[in-house]
Design a protein around this ligand. Structure first.
Ligand code: KIV
Length: 274
């Protein structure tokens, strides 16, 4: 995927099935997208922004307008990765009509390549309706953050036979409905493996093992900018929160000691006159 010319589309992601693992991260702002774009096949404007940007307890509570604004920001900052925007909870469950309206609005207003919805068999008809209306869909099965009413509701799915069968049935239903790829979140390895071996579209894992066709992480988790709680599946690649604190401390000390600003940071000052 790295040598792709121009922006990767959903067909480019689809062609990643069974190949070099797809690299995916979340992005929410223009500068963030600029930093991540060259390294990623897919950037997700996830509704995780409710927690990692807006300080909410769960991913519920963000509006379609908020998602569209962040989707536009990420599109402005990227030119290579396939950009997918989450439809937030409450914007697609009532009827196919509501779902198509939300998906089409997001697709047109942001110029993104696809939208993402959470759920399995119960939303398969909705996914099919959105795809029929011309908007590509990324599915999301397993642990569904939009169903969580609090932090304690984030639980690994598919640990028992019944749960495993449900996650597998959900993934098959979403694939049959026409999704171009599926995120599998918080699921045991054998379930993620079976789904990946069964469906014809790429699976993108988060807490779902290397068996998947690609991986995604919530970027602030990955770089230490969100530390309220860190799931077991997160690997920390940087500690930007710590660096930010150190920078703020050094700046505060300089300002209070009169060391900042220096002459080089001032306008209209002639060195010799000082
Ligand atoms: O909202 C989000 O960031 C997501 C990822 C966890 C896949 O859905």
């Amino acid at each position: 995927m790295a040598s792709h010319i121009g922006r990767i589309g959903v067909d480019g992601i689809k062609s990643g099935k069974g190949g070099t693992p797809l690299v995916c991260l979340t992005a929410y702002t223009t500068p963030m997208a600029k930093f991540l774009d060259a390294y990623c096949d897919l950037l997700l404007v996830g509704d995780s922004l409710a927690m990692v940007i807006y300080g909410l307890e769960t991913t519920r509570g963000v509006t379609l307008d908020i998602m569209v604004a962040h989707g536009q920001a990420v599109m402005r900052g990227s030119k290579h990765a396939c950009v997918v925007v989450d439809l937030p909870q409450g914007t697609y469950e009532t009827s196919s009509h509501q779902a198509i309206a939300s998906a089409a609005h997001t697709f047109v207003e942001t110029g993104c390549q696809a939208v993402k919805l959470e759920g399995g068999t119960e939303i398969a008809d909705t996914v099919a309706a959105i795809v029929d209306a011309g908007v590509p869909v990324l599915g999301h099965v397993g642990l569904l953050p939009q169903k969580a009413e609090g932090r304690n509701d984030f639980k690994v799915q598919g640990r028992d036979d019944e749960g495993a069968s449900q996650v597998i049935a959900d993934a098959k239903a979403i694939a049959n409905a026409g999704a171009f790829a599926i995120v599998i979140e918080g699921t045991v390895e054998p379930v993620a493996r079976e789904i990946t071996e069964t469906v014809a579209i790429p699976t993108i894992g988060i807490g779902a093992s290397p068996a998947c066709d690609g991986q995604i992480l919530v970027t602030p988790d990955m770089v230490g900018l969100f530390t309220d709680f860190t799931p077991k599946f997160v690997k920390r690649y940087a500690d930007l929160g710590q660096e930010l604190q150190e920078a703020a401390k050094a700046y505060a000390e300089d300002v209070r000691a009169g060391r900042f600003p220096e002459l080089e940071h001032c306008f209209g000052v002639v060195k010799d006159e000082i």
